[in-house]
Design a protein around this ligand. Structure first.
Ligand SMILES: Nc1nc2c(c(=O)[nH]1)N[C@H]1C(S)=C(S)[C@@H](COP(=O)(O)OP(=O)(O)OC[C@H]3O[C@@H](n4cnc5c(=O)[nH]c(N)nc54)[C@H](O)[C@@H]3O)O[C@H]1N2
Ligand SMILES: Nc1nc2c(c(=O)[nH]1)N[C@H]1C(S)=C(S)[C@@H](COP(=O)(O)OP(=O)(O)OC[C@H]3O[C@@H](n4cnc5c(=O)[nH]c(N)nc54)[C@H](O)[C@@H]3O)O[C@H]1N2
Ligand SMILES: [Mo]
Length: 774
């Protein structure tokens, strides 16, 4: 499809974004108002109001929103506007039936935007694409699952199949999915983590020997300083604001590092605090806010380290030498490199002044226990792995590992993205996992690494005739270079998506295409004899707990993800090695399998029924570092020579670095509405945030429509039409716009050096006055 803006309605003027000044804190009355609006829009306000009280409760379901931890003690209802949106979006009474598909061709639906597609409601019937009529038509479950098995069996090699997982899938679905793929014969298990926190896993594993964050929720109660790099919790992890606020109230220093001034990081009114609400009060969150250039964080931290080394050399007791001598290696190489780096270089790369970096170092050094949190502003860059390692370097300098109130906190995205990896959803499985699977099932496991998300697109592009199966998510829309991706997906012999809502991935059909609707996490999942089933998830802090839906399913015939997956497995692999039917009938059986294969899950069925679940532990907490050297490792990596700003400064032309991010009204590719309240945007998503100086320099005006043109240098024109210019507080040279609309601008191979994560926070672009909209 060659529309100028894939997935965007032809006329963007339908939505003419309004810009306003937002002076209020994050949360507060605005959040309550948004909640009531979403409850009403779902058409099931009563059911949903009841569901909200079961969110993240021991006898309820895990919030399908973010992966922030749940409090272990107490069971107070935690209010979160965006958790409410996630629940009401799923628990709607609107349904997408066969009549809907009879009415609209796929070509027509391709002209709808992401909001309109998902807003049609829940998918309820399996559908198969008919290329002759260009309509999706009903198919029976048996025929759909037979078709998948037949297509997989017909492939020349199992490596021609791709099994994608989005982090919404619970542990049990994830375990069954990877088992199915590996018994069939492939490690082609890309996942949304490839586009998300991959760099954190790669960097932490190299530095500390374990890819997960080390802190738990209670550490936030003990930290003296909390640094938040590249994260917008007011929108994406609103429950974290409550945690930060408590920390701020007891006097902890909270430092934000972000090129945009995000309202949630500045002040927050807690809707659960009645007095505060009545007085229209709020509480400041960050005591200090630094605004580096996009991609400048590694230089910021190196500047902090340089300041600490200088003070140490002058005899100040700022470094923890005892910790470093006992637990780390490679300090000397790191120190030599940092000391040899000039302040000019650090200022040019970071966009902060020497004084600002020294201030940040002071705040850091005076705290006896520091947590560093980070998210996509750090991981979606070309040099994200060395940047995460720089975070660890900084923590180690002052001994901020293995003690209460200190450590690493990569704040994960999807509610079970971390758990899916624990369950073996990984294209590069460890030998330990494969050996354990072989021991349990007596079958050889594929040893060759599979494809990650970017490599999956290359594979489909280079060789037509693949089979793509998606367990949740919206792969086509989430990954970069949308035009290339869509053309690649269309070459598949079969695409099949296990989904709750209609999305664009369903419309980019292979020769054959299936939509397989399933139950959502908020709904009761009963087996054949009516017994409700429990699933489990793991949060950002390695806590594993149960999740049981409470709502009546939107359709009585809707199967669970596990029913669909085991149905495919039976037809494809038979039931001699694995009794798939037993798994389907009782998820305890799946957990028994997990217990024997995945370390840390002993007595899984028992422990998961404890009210708050259990902690998987983390060796870094006990100062055990299963790295090559057996110690925590400093990384002496060069600063990125290729930060796009440097290129810009030395070239003719008006380049900008674009970051692509989330609005307050979306969950990844799921768009709940057209507003971004905290950033003052209403009724539209096609906006580009620019520094006021850049607007002048480029001869533009706020409110003007511009086109965005990718400047990747690979000779391919990547252009997006019709974005409205908005002046915003961000450093010169930096721009911001919403994902997923901007994904056509990101070249497929613009990705992290060691993580292969699309570098969606540093895209070189230039602007032209819009040719389409005056
Ligand atoms: N409501 C809601 N909740 C969500 C999601 C959602 O879409 N909606 N998505 C979930 C998922 S999967 C994820 S991964 C997380 C994402 O959570 P975030 O990482 O908060 O998501 P983004 O919107 O991508 O925001 C990136 C933030 O980093 C900043 N940033 C960008 N580039 C840089 C940089 O170079 N340096 C620094 N220091 N900062 C930078 C941006 O200004 C922005 O504040 O949220 C999860 N929770
Ligand atoms: N440019 C740019 N691109 C990005 C990012 C960015 O910041 N910028 N962020 C990246 C990140 S961090 C991530 S995690 C990915 C997200 O990529 P994905 O995880 O693939 O995408 P989602 O938008 O979360 O998927 C939404 C779809 O999931 C389905 N779904 C929802 N709930 C369920 C469920 O319970 N079961 C099933 N079976 N299906 C369900 C619905 O059909 C819905 O349409 O996008 C990445 N892409
Ligand atoms: Mo994510």
């Amino acid at each position: 499809m060659s529309s100028p803006n894939p997935g965007t309605p032809k006329s963007s003027t339908v939505h003419d974004p309004k810009v306003f000044e937002y002076h209020n804190p994050a949360g507060g009355w605005g959040a309550l108002k948004a909640v009531s609006k979403h409850l009403l829009h779902s058409r099931s306000p009563a059911v949903n109001a009841r569901s909200l009280f079961k969110l993240n409760q021991p006898d309820g379901f895990d919030c399908p929103g973010c992966a922030w931890g749940d409090p272990e003690h107490g069971s107070s209802f935690e209010f979160c506007e965006n958790g409410v949106k996630a629940v009401t979006w799923e628990a709607t009474s609107k349904r997408v039936t066969r009549n809907f598909f009879a009415k609209h061709t796929v070509s027509e639906l391709k002209t709808w935007d992401d909001y309109r597609l998902e807003d049609q409601g829940r998918l309820v019937e399996p559908m198969r694409y008919n290329a002759d009529t260009d309509h999706y038509e009903p198919i029976t479950w048996d025929a759909a699952l037979d078709l998948i098995a037949a297509e997989l069996k017909a492939l020349p090699t199992p490596d021609d199949a791709i099994f994608y997982t989005s982090g919404k899938a619970g542990n049990e679905s994830a375990y069954v999915f990877q088992l199915l793929a590996r018994l069939y014969g492939t490690n082609n298990l890309p996942d949304c983590s490839n586009m998300c926190h991959e760099a954190s896993g790669v960097a932490l594993t190299k530095a500390l020997g374990t890819g997960k964050g080390s802190v738990r929720l209670e550490d936030f109660e003990k930290a003296e300083a909390i640094f938040v790099f590249g994260q917008n919790p007011g929108t994406n992890h609103p429950r974290m604001l409550g945690t930060l606020r408590e920390a701020a109230e007891r006097g902890a220093t909270i430092v934000s590092v972000n090129p945009l001034r995000e309202r949630g990081l500045e002040k927050f009114a807690d809707p659960q605090k009645a007095l505060e609400m009545l007085h229209n009060g709020s509480h400041p969150i960050s005591s200090h806010y630094f605004c580096p250039k996009l991609g400048g964080d590694m230089a910021v931290m190196r500047g902090m380290a340089k300041s600490l080394f200088a003070r140490d050399a002058a005899g100040e007791a700022v470094l923890d030498h005892a910790f470093m001598a006992e637990h780390t290696v490679e300090l000397d190489a790191y120190r030599a490199l940092v000391e040899a780096t000039t302040w000019e270089t650090l200022e040019a790369q970071s966009g902060l002044s020497r004084a600002e970096m020294e201030d940040a170092a002071k705040l850091y050094a005076r705290s006896k226990a520091t947590i560093i949190c980070w998210a996509m502003g750090i991981t979606q860059h070309v040099h994200s792995v060395p940047t995460v390692r720089e975070i660890v370097n900084l923590l180690m300098l002052c001994g901020n590992l293995g003690k209460p109130g200190a450590g690493t906190s990569p704040v994960r995205g999807h509610s079970n993205v971390q758990g899916d990896r624990t369950m073996g959803i990984f294209e590069k499985p460890s030998d330990a996992l494969l050996n354990a699977l072989e021991a349990r099932y007596g079958q050889p496991m594929p040893r060759e690494y599979g494809v990650d998300s970017v490599a999956a697109v290359h594979a489909m592009r280079n060789q037509p005739g693949k089979v793509f199966i998606g367990l949740a998510g919206n792969f086509t829309r989430a990954i970069s270079d949308s035009r290339v991706t869509e053309a690649a997906m269309a070459q598949c012999r079969l695409t099949a998506f296990i989904s709750t809502k209609l999305n664009r991935s369903h419309l980019v059909t292979g020769r054959d295409a299936l939509i397989l609707p399933c139950l959502g996490r908020t709904e009761v999942d009963r087996n054949a004899v009516g017994k409700p089933q429990l699933i489990t998830v793991e949060d950002s802090m390695s806590m594993v707990h149960g999740s049981a839906g409470i709502n009546r399913p939107v359709d009585s015939k809707l199967p669970s993800e596990i029913t669909i997956l085991t149905g495919i497995a039976e037809r494809l692999l038979g039931s001699e090695v694995v009794d798939w039917a037993a798994m389907r009938e009782d998820y305890d059986v799946i957990r028994e399998h997990i217990e024997t294969v995945i370390p840390g899950f002993e007595n899984f069925n028992e422990r998961v029924r404890e009210p708050r679940g259990f902690w998987l532990g983390n060796p870094a907490v006990d100062l055990r570092f299963p790295t090559e050297s057996g110690k925590a490792e400093f990384s002496a990596a060069e600063l990125p020579g290729q930060v796009i700003h440097q290129q810009m400064a030395t070239r003719e032309g008006n380049w900008l670095t674009l970051q692509t991010m989330r609005s307050h009204d979306q969950y990844n590719t799921t768009v709940y509405g057209y507003n971004d309240r905290y950033r003052g945007i209403e009724n539209g998503r096609q906006v580009i945030f620019l520094n006021a100086g850049d607007i002048d320099r480029l001869g533009l005006k706020a409110g003007q429509w511009v086109d965005l043109i990718g400047e990747s240098g690979d000779g391919v024109e990547r252009r997006m039409d019709g974005f409205k210019v908005v002046a915003y507080d961000t450093p010169k040279g930096c721009a911001a716009a919403y994902y997923p609309e901007t994904n056509p601008l990101i070249p497929l191979d613009h990705k992290g050096d060691q993580s292969h994560t699309p570098a969606s926070k540093s895209i070189a672009i230039r602007l032209e006055p819009s040719t389409r909209i005056a």
